[in-house]
Design a protein around this ligand. Sequence first.
Ligand SMILES: [Cu+2]
Length: 155
Amino acid sequence: MNRFFVIIPFVTLVLFSTNSNSNTNQSNVEVKADISKPGDSEKVSRTIKLTQVDNMFLPSELTVREGETVRFVVKNGGNRKHEMLIGSMVELKKIAKLRRQYPEMNQTDVHLLQLEPGEQKELVWQFVNAGIVDFACPLPGHFKKMRGTITVEKK
Ligand SMILES: [Cu+2]
């Protein structure tokens, strides 16, 4: 009988520590997203124009070359506020979920473009390795449709 009571806290402890391990793994995924990263504006080799409408990116499928640094010129041509973030789908989903949970939270990520209707902003991004990179507007109600992919081709 005593044994039973000892086992339960142990199981709880194991579950708890497994849980915190998986959190650590999640942040590893973020770091692993080294297909692309913020770029140096001195090294821009190409400019890509994107237009946001309510609620889509035009175009939503892009192709770049491994090693390229791209200046994205993003214009909000819609009637609502939009945002743009570049990253892996895992990262983007995580951020979109946070936006749903805490819509009033201040956004401090310097790589997040926030655009009022009619506004235009730029983001310089470097594509380090071949692969697929995603982008999206993480705002609630926008995220499912308002996304796109960047195919990074091998040199
Ligand atoms: Cu949007």
